[in-house]
Design a binder for this molecule. Structure first.
Ligand code: ACK
Length: 665
């Protein structure tokens, strides 16, 4: 037999990260060593992002189908840690590789796993129970996906779910006290890591012990009074807290115990201490104080500027390196404030750092710090190798799998969920304001107050004087500046459209005025080419005229997660024949359209129960129905606000279409 050799290294390895799973694919080595028995081995190393030191991954990682002797040129690693840097070495081996053990032939791939929230807590045990308290203990979730920062325990008296209490604890035990004797309480627990909260556990029901019969008559009222007084005292404390900390815009911390925080909610109305909320830097009398509260001061000597990568409103944007004491040097982006700035410009420039510094999330651009003690004044952030998402997608038109695109969208939605939970409304969410790194992780950037819009070349002045990026903005925000997380959801829908069409300009070359008119008339962007139907439906949901009907960011994240977990759900594309390229499509919300009778219309919007009342009161034709007002509905006995909303929204949609002659009623 002729002599044979070990194979050369596998080639062109690519990775696809989905939360804490990584899929690797490569092509066989150029040189198989003259043999047909090439197989592959995967070495996994976990690397520290700051020290750069790597260690073997350990036994928790699962390889599908296996780690060694792989015959195919792909493998999936699951159960990795969240938000961790891994290096995978794909090694080609054959029957003579052992003869030459020194020369490993591998190609390596560096990836950072995305954050994934911990799995639900599955086992909860009751401990000591008294007539007023219940002690619980539980086990860490099976898949913590990171370090558990704390647990949130929600409990309420059975069948009284609207009035609940939340305790936060770093331990896996708590005692809920101040409970009513002989009453059943429902408990749910969830864990939080840097990735956010996992899902709540299933409901666990435990009962306090009863009071003795003899004592019950007189004492039964006491716990209720105690609870009322406790809630009263807490409410009073909150009100005083709010008044005293007015400057801090609703953010205060009332710790019960260093390890435990407790909050009470009634009908979800009171936002109580412990909820981390974004603080508007404008509420600080001295803006410098805000910067230093939220951003670290960096010495200019720690920064090496390498090259200019772009221009911002306040000065150049550069790439460079940051070397902090005791840490390895790493790449950063540096925004500079040009010389000759006014005090207001400096304040506005640093305002972005005061906002960014309050956020800590893998899909929000991370602030390293600021330079304010020397000139030029700088804002230093993590470096995102692939720059802005819109430019990156245009450059790589058609190059990604649907799963990769959905992964990008998931990241953006997750960042937005975090911002909306913090009470921050972005107002300028667009692909140009998303940055993307070498692992295709997308992060929301460009934070500011009025500045954001001044800065954005897309922003146009409206008749009311404000500057608004029309194509990305919800109609109510354009019309009466109602900027909310729901208007951010509209913009998110536009970002989805930009991503799925690889950076196409929304509404192409239509003028801003035409865009406003078309959207107001009920037209919406058509599906991008080759877009999964489920994604286009989600876009249309984000563009609901009624902002309360749009999905919330947490719902968007869960929906995208579901699609990623079940990729076959992305196979159904929007029907090519129904996709009208370069034309807006008429947006018909479910239930509207040409209805032949009042009954058919009410049935379609699931309000069929009112058909008889409508008919009896003279609303027997769609023409008559079109005149109905909210007052009329109340008079007809439609007292539930949800039902009133449903009916009025449907009428509103129909009227818009009637005015434009699109749908004959
Ligand atoms: O598309 P780009 O290369 O990405 O051009 C713009 C430019 O600076 C002006 O904003 C780039 N840029 C901004 N922040 C960062 C960052 N953190 N990392 C990398 N590039 C950035 C952006």
């Amino acid at each position: 037999m002729a002599c044979t050799r070990p194979p050369s290294a596998p080639r062109s390895a690519i990775s696809n990260v989905n939360e804490t799973s990584v899929f690797l694919e490569w092509i066989p080595p150029a040189d198989t060593g003259g043999r047909k028995d090439v197989s592959y081995y995967i070495a996994c190393k976990k690397c520290n992002s700051h020290s750069g030191l790597c260690e073997a991954c350990g036994g928790h990682v699962r390889y599908l189908p296996q780690q060694t002797g792989l015959k195919n040129t792909s493998v999936m690693m699951v159960d990795l840690l969240a938000h961790t840097n891994y290096t995978f070495e794909i090694e080609a081996v054959n029957g003579v590789s052992d003869q030459n053990p020194g020369a490993r032939q591998f190609v390596s791939v560096n990836v950072t796993t995305n954050q994934a929230a911990p799995s639900p807590v599955s086992s909860v045990k009751k401990g000591k129970i008294t007539k007023n308290s219940i002690s619980l203990s539980w086990q860490e979730p099976d898949r913590p996906n990171g370090i558990i920062l704390e647990y949130e325990i929600k409990y309420f008296e059975k069948d009284q779910e609207t009035s609940y209490t939340i305790i936060k604890s770093k331990e896996t035990t708590i005692t809920a006290d101040g409970l009513k004797p002989g009453s059943a309480y429902v408990f749910q627990i969830r864990a939080r890591t840097a990735a956010g909260y996992g899902g709540f556990s299933r409901r666990f029901e435990f009962e306090t012990s009863p009071v003795s019969v003899a004592a019950s008559r007189d004492q039964s009222q006491i716990p209720i009074i105690v609870v009322s007084v406790t809630v009263g005292v807490i409410l009073l404390a909150v009100v005083i807290g709010f008044l005293l900390s007015g400057r801090r815009c609703g953010y205060s911390k009332a710790k019960q115990d260093p390890e435990e925080e407790k909050m009470h909610f009634h009908n979800g109305h009171i936002k109580l201490p412990g909820v981390r909320t974004y603080i508007d830097p404008h509420t600080y009398e001295d803006p410098n104080q805000a910067v230093h509260e939220f951003a670290k001061e960096i010495e200019a000597s720690c920064i090496t500027i390498e090259r200019v990568i772009g221009a911002g409103e306040f000065g150049e944007v550069c790439s460079g390196r940051l070397k902090l004491q005791g840490k390895r040097e790493f790449p950063v982006a540096i925004k500079t404030l040009k010389v000759g700035y006014t005090e207001k410009q400096r304040r506005d420039f640093l305002g972005e750092a005061s906002i960014m510094g309050q956020f800590d999330h893998p899909n929000i651009i991370h602030l390293e710090g600021v330079v304010t003690k020397s000139k030029p004044v700088m804002i230093v952030t993590e470096y995102m190798e692939n720059g802005s998402l819109d430019t990156f997608l245009k450059k790589n038109d058609g190059q990604f799998t649907v799963i990769q695109l959905v992964g990008m969208l998931r990241g953006i939605a997750s960042g937005m969920k975090y911002l909306s939970d913090m009470g921050y409304v972005h107002r300028d969410l667009a692909a140009r304001n998303i940055l993307i790194n070498s692992n295709l992780v997308c992060k929301v950037s460009d934070f500011g107050l009025s500045r954001v819009l001044e800065d954005d070349p897309e922003a146009a002045y409206t008749t009311r004087g404000g500057k608004i990026p029309i194509r990305w903005t919800a109609p109510e925000a354009i019309a009466f500046r109602k900027f909310t997380s729901a208007s951010d959801v509209w913009s998110y829908g536009i970002v989805m459209w930009e991503v799925m069409s690889y950076g196409e300009r929304p509404y192409w070359e239509m003028t801003n005025q035409d865009v406003i008119k078309a959207v107001e008339e009920g037209y919406r962007l058509p599906s991008p080419m080759d877009c999964p139907a489920a994604l286009y439906q989600l876009m249309l949901d984000c563009w609901q005229k009624d902002r309360n009907s749009r999905p919330k960011f947490d719902e968007i994240v869960s929906m995208l997660d579901k699609l990623i977990r079940n990729p076959s759900s992305l196979k159904t594309l929007v029907n090519a024949s129904s996709r009208v390229s370069n034309l807006l499509v008429e947006h018909s919300p479910v239930g509207s359209g040409a209805y032949r009778s009042v009954g058919e219309w009410l049935e379609a919007i699931k309000m069929g129960r009112y058909t008889e009342i409508f008919m009896e009161n003279g609303y027997s034709s769609m023409d008559a129905v079109a005149q109905v007002t909210l007052e009329d509905l109340r008079r007809l006995g439609v007292t539930l606000v949800g039902h009133q909303k449903k009916i009025m929204n449907s009428l509103q949609e129909m009227k818009v279409q009637l005015v434009n002659g699109m749908v004959p009623l």
